[in-house]
Write a protein that binds this ligand. Structure first.
Ligand code: ZN
Ligand code: ZN
Length: 340
């Protein structure tokens, strides 16, 4: 079968690969749609993070597809079922799993490889897609599940003002969820004009180009001089986090959702945290948010985030496009043009 593997920064190859081996508790599926994730773009642009197994690495973890075969112990899905899934399966036994914090599991089984004609997923990580949700939209389940968790971290309350720094696909998903979860004002900061337009179309009350406009001043104007209740950093850069900190009011909350370079740092005065009573929280992937995610995915507005669909043969072009920021979500079609 054909599949895409990353060898080094900028070296992503579509190759002939052996069929994946199906374990007793696993599901073999044909991914029909597979999204290009910001974290994989990071690998493509900067190379794999230290600590990950050495390359080549199969990429692709934002998938929706059809079950092709099931392992002997699998009972919850059958061939032909429409499914999506979580890109790792927790062990269920470690200290974090026992505390319900499965995303911090110290022995999780990674699930990757949806930029290929077939992939294997642990049964415990598979979710049936309700018939009214198109598989194309269901391929957004993974980033949407991260956004649901990020808003949990933010503790958003109805009527509040939310700043979103960075309007890539995840920032735009957060924009939709923040509006639907009760934000009265949503202020989006983004460099790319294409993405600023998308944010405006998706209902952002204010859209700011932080290169030419003073973002914190715009936020203060919109909030009687106080600042926002919540700011979400969705870029993965210290300057973006600094902007987010500058945008919130006293006792406000900043959530770090973006994936920064592991060596990047930001000087922070303890006095500022004390005096402004800042809450700074990280949001790492997701924890038990897939059921709520599939509920959200009933909403057709998500379809407007998907700007490009490319065949597997054009995966390198898809990564280049996603890296250019001149797009919304880029989907790869690993098995050709699927269902309508
Ligand atoms: Zn992802
Ligand atoms: Zn565990």
């Amino acid at each position: 079968m054909k599949g895409a593997q990353l060898y080094a920064a900028g070296d992503l190859r579509l190759e002939e690969l052996p069929e994946p081996r199906l374990g007793d508790d696993e599901v073999l599926l044909r991914p029909l749609y597979s999204g290009v994730c910001g974290s994989e773009l990071h690998f493509y642009q900067r190379g794999l993070d230290p600590g990950l197994p050495p390359p080549p690495r199969l990429l692709g973890h934002e998938f929706a597809g059809i079950v092709h075969a099931t392992g002997r112990a699998v009972t919850s899905v059958r061939p032909g079922d429409r499914v999506t899934g979580v890109p790792w399966a927790p062990c269920g036994r470690c200290g974090y799993c026992r505390r319900g914090l499965v995303h911090h599991c110290t022995a999780k089984r990674p699930i990757t490889g949806s930029f290929a004609e077939r992939m294997v997923v642990a049964e415990s990580a598979v979710y049936l897609v309700p018939p009214e949700i198109p598989l194309r939209r269901a391929a957004l389940a993974e980033p949407v599940s991260c956004a649901v968790w990020a808003l949990d971290q933010a503790g958003l309350r109805s009527g509040e003002t939310v700043v979103i720094v960075g309007a890539g696909p995840l920032g735009l998903i957060l924009l939709l969820l923040a509006q639907w979860s009760g934000a009265a004002q949503t202020i989006v900061a983004e460099f790319s004009p294409v993405r600023r337009d998308l944010a405006a179309q998706l209902g952002a009350t204010h859209v700011v180009d932080p290169r030419t406009q003073d973002l914190p001043a715009r936020v203060r104007d919109a909030t009687d001089g106080l600042g926002a209740d919540v700011a979400l950093e969705v870029v993965g850069h210290p300057a973006a986090l600094r902007s987010a900190l500058d945008c919130v009011r006293h006792s406000g909350t900043v959530v770090v959702v973006g994936v920064a370079d592991a060596t990047a740092t930001l000087p922070l005065a303890p006095f500022e945290v004390y005096r402004r009573e800042l809450t700074i929280r990280g949001s790492y992937t997701r924890c038990h948010t897939y059921d709520r995610t599939l509920n959200w995915l009933r909403r057709a507005e998500f379809d407007r985030l998907i700007s490009h669909e490319l065949p597997l043969e054009e995966i390198v072009a898809g990564f280049e496009l996603a890296g250019s920021a001149q797009c919304g979500k880029v989907l790869i079609l690993p098995n050709g043009s699927p269902e309508g």
